[in-house]
Design a protein around this ligand. Structure first.
Ligand SMILES: [Zn+2]
Ligand SMILES: [Zn+2]
Ligand SMILES: [Zn+2]
Length: 281
């Protein structure tokens, strides 16, 4: 059996987010706290972790404390990598942990003194990922998929995890549907989901709508808002994958299970991610 576990559902800053004094973040109870997005994948012989957040210690508890034998990075934005230091001497003291990254991420790791030190100490053994080239292991595979996302530091890869029965897409960040679909030569989301042959899609739901970016340039929404994705998908149809929104900004109204936005997503047949959610693949 291959099991995937959603270890966090928040955008890079988590929820509560540092510096936010609004109702979204004030007075949250422990069970309303959300860690940045990350995914664990447990196969009979190996434990994979995709993205490493500062909440790694709490997130590993969703995997019964199992330590990863392989780590995969989608891209260099801080919420996806700021837990890497915990594999070093001060904490886990890993040796030769397989770290799968793209070439540009590899360069960034080697050029950043604190990560270079860990490489020199043999904490990680780097494995280069290439879009659409799968790593195959007994009963399952992981395939990186290049997607356009602000590439100031590194490029960005989504991952497709294929188990014996089901296939899951992990796409926490991308810039726009237009650019992602164009890169993969698809006309619409269903065509792309079909091309990837997936049953479950964990996708970028950072913002509900452009209105959430008050005070920022709303012409440049850095992620496709959920309202746009809903417009493109419409109601769930037979044969559609299970679509689950993740990487939610602290301001996103879908955190409120009783709110109209959450209800709209569910009524259309889709879901909002929950920390600790498990998928049998
Ligand atoms: Zn992110
Ligand atoms: Zn907030
Ligand atoms: Zn990002």
């Amino acid at each position: 059996m291959v099991e995937a576990i959603l270890l966090g559902i928040a955008q890079d800053g988590g929820r509560p987010q540092a510096g936010c004094n609004k109702s979204c973040c004030i007075g949250l109870s422990a069970d309303q706290t959300s860690y940045p997005t990350s995914l664990g994948v447990i196969s009979p012989s190996e434990v994979h972790l995709i993205d490493v957040t500062r909440n790694l210690a709490s997130q590993l508890q969703f995997m019964d404390g199992k330590l990863p034998t392989h780590v995969w990075l989608t891209h260099a934005h801080f919420g996806h990598v700021d837990g890497l230091g915990q594999f070093g001497r001060e904490t886990i003291n890993a040796k030769g942990l397989k770290l799968h990254t793209s070439k540009s991420m590899h360069t960034l790791l080697s050029d950043t003194p604190q990560w270079k030190l860990m490489l020199d100490q043999g904490v990680f053994s780097l494995k280069e990922i290439v879009s659409k080239t799968a790593l195959r292991q007994e009963g399952f595979s992981i395939t990186p998929i290049l997607v356009p996302h602000r590439a100031e530091l590194s490029d960005m890869h989504a991952f497709v995890i294929k188990g014996p029965n089901k296939t899951l897409l992990y796409l926490p960040d991308h810039d726009t549907w237009q650019e992602t679909l164009e890169l993969h030569q698809c006309n619409d989301l269903r065509e792309w989901f079909g091309q990837l042959n997936i049953d479950i899609a964990l996708i970028d739901g950072t913002f509900w709508s452009a209105d959430e970016l008050a005070g920022r340039n709303q012409d440049k929404v850095p992620h496709p808002p959920i309202t746009q994705t809903l417009d493109m998908l419409g109601f769930k149809r037979q044969g559609d994958p299970e679509v689950i929104f993740i990487h939610l900004n602290h301001t996103n109204p879908v955190y409120d299970q009783w709110g109209e936005e959450y209800t709209q997503v569910v009524e259309m047949g889709w879901k909002i991610g929950k920390q600790g959610m498990k998928f049998e693949l």
